[in-house]
Design a protein around this ligand. Sequence first.
Ligand SMILES: C[S@@+](CC[C@H](N)C(=O)[O-])C[C@H]1O[C@@H](n2cnc3c(N)ncnc32)[C@H](O)[C@@H]1O
Length: 289
Amino acid sequence: MSDSDLAAGVSSTALMVAAARAIETHHPHSLLRDEYAEHFVRSANSPVALPTRIEDVSLGDADPFWGHLGRFFAVRARTFDDFLVDSAPHTPQIVILGAGLDTRALRLDLPPSVTCYEIDRHDVLTFKSKVLGSLGALSPVPHHLLPADLADDWPSALLSAGFNPSVPTTWIAEGLLLYLPAPVETSLIDTLNTLSAPGSRVGLETLPGQDSLRDHTLFDTSTAETGSHLGGLFDPDPRPDTPAALGAAGWTLTTSPVDTFTRRYGRGPDPSIPGPILQSRFTFGEKDA
Ligand SMILES: C[S@@+](CC[C@H](N)C(=O)[O-])C[C@H]1O[C@@H](n2cnc3c(N)ncnc32)[C@H](O)[C@@H]1O
C-alpha cells in the first residue's frame, strides 16, 4: 500500500482534517496546537497540494473551504480535545473511533494512568505510524493503533490489545458516523454501549439530514481543494437517531449545534453563512451507574 492510497476514498478525509489542523496550529487566533498535522500533509503525496498555513490559501480566512469549513474542523477538534482532557481522569481507557491522523494521545495533557486505543482503517494507521515513527514521536501514555474496519469485528482487536469492558471508557466518534451505512452506525453504537461500564463517557458528532446535504455546493469545492468529493463520501442512508438510542440505553447526554461551541471559544464557522456545517451536532454524556 503506498502513501498515495491515503488520498483516495474515505481515508482522504483524515488528510483533509489534518491540513485544517495544521492551518489552525499556525493561525494567529488558533484554538489548538497539533505540531504533527503538517508532517502528515507533507508526507502524504496528495494529488492536490494541500495547504498547511492560511497564507497558502488565496482567499485566506474568507475561503469557503479552508476558512469557513477549516474553522469548523478547528472548533470541533478543540471541543473534543477539551472533552477528552476533562473526561480522562475519570476513565482509565480512551477509545477513539475513526481516529484518522489526530494525535490526541501525543499532544494532550492526559493522566499517565490512561490507555489510549485508536481504531481506523489499515491504510490510515499504517501511514500514521510511519510518519510518527519518522519523527521519533512517542505518546506519553500507553497507545495502541488498531487497524480495523468499523463495519467488521473491531471489538476483537480492541479486546486483544487489552481493553477491559468492566472499567469506564471515554469514547470519541468525531467526523466518523456520517461515512458509515446506517446499519453499521446502529451496530457500532450498540457495541459501544455493550463495552461500556457505568461511568463511561461519550463524545460524538452527527449531521442530521446528511442524506439531503451531500450535493451542497460547499462539497463541490472539495474536489478541487482535496481531490475528493466530500459529500459523495457521506453515506446516503437516512440516519438512525444515535443520541436517542444511547439515551434509551441509559446514557445522560447533551446535544448542541456547532454554534454553541463557536460562541464558547470565540472562533468557528461563520454563523451567517447558511449550509451544512451549521447543522452539525456534538453530543456529550455519561453512562448512568
Ligand atoms: C473525517 S476523518 C476524521 C478523523 C479524526 N476523527 C479527525 O477529526 O481528525 C474520518 C475517519 O474515519 C475513518 N473511517 C471511515 N469509515 C471507517 C470504517 N468503516 N472503519 C474504520 N475507519 C473508518 C476514515 O478512515 C477517517 O480516518
